[in-house]
Design a protein. Structure first.
Lengths: 150, 150
DNA sequence: TCTATTTAGTGGCATATGCCACTTCCGCGA
DNA sequence: TCGCGGAAGTGGCATATGCCACTAAATAGA
């Protein structure tokens, strides 16, 4: 088997994610953001003051992981949280003005990387790949429970 | 735009990786291994006492990241390292007998998850997806340097 | 042969992610 | 209205990954 060409879907996916992640990270570096942070800011931006749970669900991310990832962004003043008016358990999230500016700046850098990628693989192919990845992400793979019929 | 369906190739890839990663992690949990650890043990297993650099290259992983990731596996006695005979800078890696046993155990669990995945998306489609991901991983995306012609 | 350069890893620091235990709230039922 | 079970987050702990600065060792040159 050629090096790096595993039959494991998970290993292959992670390998590609590491590779592509570095590329986008490099592209965003001038803005001082990582690819994940950019994605998170964007997700908050397009949402309507989403709750932590909303974001975690959209990104298929563990709620606590989201909390951790949000911390540096809050610390740097790009994001702020506030309690929901009706349910005090719920915490909503939004970008600060500073965060909006940073996001705009980052989008310019992201566009370059995104364009570069699409030039290499083709916009069609890229769209197909994203569709396939979204399909995989949304698969219900839960292992059938021992006794699902009781 | 529907939630979670980003145009960003990197964000989409990471999202799918989180999703699939959890599935494989769950499947491997009985063996006490994470998906990444399984992949790493396997890579070491199929190699011929690979060097740190060999592994890092095959997995498109930062050399220092590999070192970090290897630590728990060494601590748990699944992997051991030794200096190369001819080049004292080089560190080679291999599984311990205990590591071989653990890998066998993990492969059984992995097969179930892998099979489940392939049942859901189809073996053909899975193979195509892996091929696409390998292609993406191996793309040369380096941003053209300002002055590549000097 | 001696030195400048390159190569292979390490250690420290920071972010990315998850799981689990725990706290706080909300809502429902007795 | 009291109290219990479920929902939403937090904090702690552990692994996953990267970058950077630094050390040690091999190598190309002068």
């Amino acid at each position: 088997m050629k090096p790096g060409f595993s039959r494991c879907n998970n290993a292959t996916l992670r390998r590609a994610a590491r590779s592509l992640g570095r590329f986008y990270d490099d592209a965003l570096a001038p803005a001082g953001l990582k690819g994940t942070q950019f994605g998170l800011l964007f997700q908050i931006h397009v949402g309507s003051e989403p709750t932590m749970g909303d974001i975690a669900e959209a990104l298929i991310m563990d709620l606590s992981a989201l909390g951790h990832t949000l911390k540096p962004l809050i610390r740097d003043g790009y994001v702020e949280t506030f309690a929901d008016k009706d349910d005090r358990r719920v915490k909503r999230v939004r970008l600060t003005p500073r965060g909006e500016v940073k996001l705009s700046e980052a989008i310019k850098l992201w566009s370059i990387a995104q364009q570069r990628f699409e030039d290499k693989v083709g916009a069609e192919q890229a769209a197909k790949l994203r569709a396939a990845l979204d399909a995989v992400a949304d698969l219900d793979l839960e292992m059938p429970t021992a006794a699902p019929s009781n």
